[in-house]
Design a protein around this ligand. Sequence first.
Ligand code: PBG
Length: 327
Amino acid sequence: MAFPQTRMRRLRASADLRGLVRETELSPARLVLPMFVAEPLSGREAIATMPGVDRLSISAAVSEAEQAAALGLAAVMLFGVPADKDELGSGAWDEEGIVQMAVRAIKQARPDLLVITDVCLCEYTSHGHCGVLGEGGAVDNDATVELLARTAVSHARAGADLIAPSDMMDGRVGAIRRELDADGFSEIPILAYSAKFASAFYGPFREAAGSTPAFGDRRSYQMDPANGREAVREALLDVEEGADMVMVKPALGYGDVIAAVKAATRLPVAAYNVSGEYAMVKAAAVAGQLDERSAVLEILTSLRRAGAEVVISYHAKDAARWLTEQT
Ligand code: PBG
C-alpha cells in the first residue's frame, strides 16, 4: 500500500525523478558576476577579505568577462575602484573613468555579454559616503541625486546595458530615468537596489572597493534589517519612479523580503548574495567545515526559490562550472 503522496518518497527515488518534479531551476543564465575594476593596475590584485576574488585592470576585466560569457553567465556587474577620490566623487561620471573605460572595452570584446553598472558615489568620494555631504556632514540627498543621474548617463554612453543605482537616495530612480530619456537612452533599463539594508555583510566589499565611510555609517540612507514592510514600500516607490527590475540586498537572511517584494511589485527581482556572504562560505570551506560546492548551490537555489529571477554572486563562475559538470 501506498504511503501518503505528500511524502514524495516515490518521486525522490532517483535523480531523474527528482529532476522531473523540481520546482526551482538554477542555471548559469540566471547568475551575474560582480567585478572590481581598478586603476592604476596591471593584471590582478588579490582582495584579502574575499579569497578567490581579485581587483582587475581593464584588460584583466576583459578576460574575466570573456570567461563569464564562455560559462554562460547572464551578465557581469562592474564596480569601479578609482586612483583618485574627491569630496564630490567626480570620478563617478568621468567619461574616461575606470568603469566607463571598462564598459567600452568589455562591450567591444563581447558585444553579446550584458554589462550592468553599479551607480553610486561611495567608491569615488574621499569620505566614503554614497553621496555628497551638506551642512553638518550629513549626506545631501537632492544634490547627490543629480550627480547619480549624471553618472548613469555616462555609463549608458559608454555602452552599459542595464543601470543599477545602489546609493539608496530618495528620488534617484526617477531622476536617472529622466536623464537617460533626455539623453537618448530611453531603452536602457534600470535595476534599482530598492531594498538595500544597512548590513554587516558588506564589510569585505568595502575593503575591496576602498569605500568604508571615514566617519559615521550608512544607516541614514540604507534600511534597518528589522523592517520588511518598509522594503516593500521602497520597492513600490522605485517602481513608480520607473524601475524595470528591483533588487534585494543582502540575500541570505532576506528570503522573506525577496518573496514580499516580488509579490508586491510583480517585476523581475534580483537578489545580491553579497561579499560577506561569500566570505563566510569561503572561510568555512577553507577550514574544512563546509563543502563549498554543495553549500553554494544550495544557497543560490534557495534565492531562486524565494522568488529571485536573477542572483548576483561572487560565486557565479564556480557555480556555472559546477552546474555544467552536474548534467
Ligand atoms: C555601493 C555598494 C555596496 C555594495 C554594493 N554597492 C557597499 C555599501 O553599500 O557599503 C556591497 C556589495 C557587497 O557587499 O558585495 N553603495
